[in-house]
Write a protein that binds this ligand. Structure first.
Ligand code: PTJ
Length: 256
C-alpha cells in the first residue's frame, strides 16, 4: 500500500474520522477496496455520527457476547472484505489468534486479483494463514446470491460460527439457514444483517475490533460455563432495540 503523509491536521475537529477515510482511500488506491466500499463507508459514517462516534454500553455487551461465542466455537471463521482489510488488518490477525479462528477473504464484488492482494496485505499484518484464495478448496453456497457464494471448504463452508463485519443481508440470512451462528459488525442497526445475526455489534469496526481482541484475551482465561452464561444472557433483539433508543435519545437532545 502506498504510504503518503497524512494530510489531516491533528487539530481538525474531525481528525480521527478523516484519518479513517484516508485509510480507505489508500486501500482503494492499493486495489484492496472497491469504489462501492467508499460509498458503504459513507453510509456507516452517517450512523456513527448519530451514535456520537463512541462505543455504546450496548455495543460493549455485544462485543463480549461475540468474543465468548468465538471462543466457544469449534470452527470459528472471520470473513474479510476489502473495507475490513484496509481498516483493521492487524486487529483481524490479533483477534484470530486470540480466539483460534481462521481468516477467509470473501468478497461481495469478487475478483481473484483482489483476493490475493487482500490475502497478502493480511499476512503482512500478522495473519498466519488466509483462506479463500485457492481454487482447489473453493466451493459454493447456493443459498447466497452474490459473488460471496464462493467459499473455502476449510473455512466458511465448515464453520460453526462466522464473524461477518460490514456485510450485506443476503449472506447473513443464508449462513443462518445453513445452521451457522453469525456475528455481525454493522453501524446500521436497521440492516437485514443486523437483524438476522445472532450477535450484532453496532459500532465502527475501527473501535470494535481492538475491543474484541482485548475481550477475547480476557475471556480466554475464563471457565467455559462462564462463556456459556455470557452467550445465553445476550438478547440480540433487545440489544438492537436499546441501541435504537440510544440513537433516538441523542436526536431528541439535539432538538431541545
Ligand atoms: O470488498 P467487497 O467486494 O466484499 O465489498 C465490500 C462492501 C462493503 C462494498 C460490501 O460488503 C457492501 O456493499 O456492503 P453494504 O451492503 O453496503 O453494507 C455495508 C454495511 O456496513 C452498511 O450497513 C454500513 O452501514 C456498514 N458500515 C460501513 N462502514 C462501517 C460499517 N459498519 C461498521 N464500521 C464501519 N467502518
Amino acid at each position: 500500500m502506498m504510504i503518503h503523509m497524512s494530510k489531516v491536521s491533528p487539530l481538525h475537529p474531525r481528525a480521527e474520522s478523516l484519518r479513517v477515510r484516508e485509510r480507505l482511500v489508500e486501500g482503494f488506491e492499493a486495489s484492496l477496496v472497491v469504489p462501492e466500499g467508499l460509498a458503504a463507508h459513507g453510509r456507516g459514517e452517517a450512523f456513527d455520527y448519530i451514535l456520537g462516534e463512541q462505543t455504546t454500553e450496548h455495543a460493549k455487551r455485544a462485543i463480549e457476547a461475540a468474543s465468548a461465542m468465538l471462543l466457544l466455537a469449534k470452527h470459528p471463521v472471520i470473513s474479510v472484505n476489502g473495507n475490513v482489510a484496509a481498516l483493521v488488518p492487524a486487529e483481524i490477525a490479533e483477534l484470530a489468534k486470540a480466539v483460534g479462528a481462521k481468516i477467509e477473504v470473501n468478497l461481495f464484488h469478487g475478483s481473484a486479483r483482489r483476493e490475493s492482494v487482500i490475502a497478502r496485505w493480511l499476512r503482512k499484518h500478522g495473519a498466519k494463514e488466509v483462506l479463500g484464495t485457492s481454487v482447489k478448496f473453493s466451493t459454493r453456497i447456493k443459498e447466497v446470491h452474490s459473488d460471496r457464494r464462493k467459499v473455502d471448504r476449510r473455512g466458511i463452508a465448515a464453520a460453526d460460527v462466522v464473524l461477518v463485519p460490514l456485510e450485506d443481508g443476503d449472506r447473513t440470512e443464508a449462513l443462518k439457514k445453513l445452521g451457522k451462528r453469525v456475528i455481525a459488525i454493522d453501524l446500521n442497526p436497521m440492516s437485514r444483517t443486523a437483524r438476522a445475526a445472532d450477535v450484532t455489534i453496532v459500532d465502527n469496526i475501527v473501535r470494535a475490533l481492538p475491543l474484541m481482541a482485548k475481550d477475547a484475551k480476557r475471556l480466554s482465561r475464563a471457565q467455559k460455563t462462564r462463556l456459556h452464561d455470557v452467550v445465553r444472557h445476550f438478547d440480540n433483539k433487545a440489544n438492537l432495540g436499546a441501541t435504537l433508543e440510544f440513537m433516538l435519545g441523542r436526536l431528541k437532545n439535539l432538538i431541545k
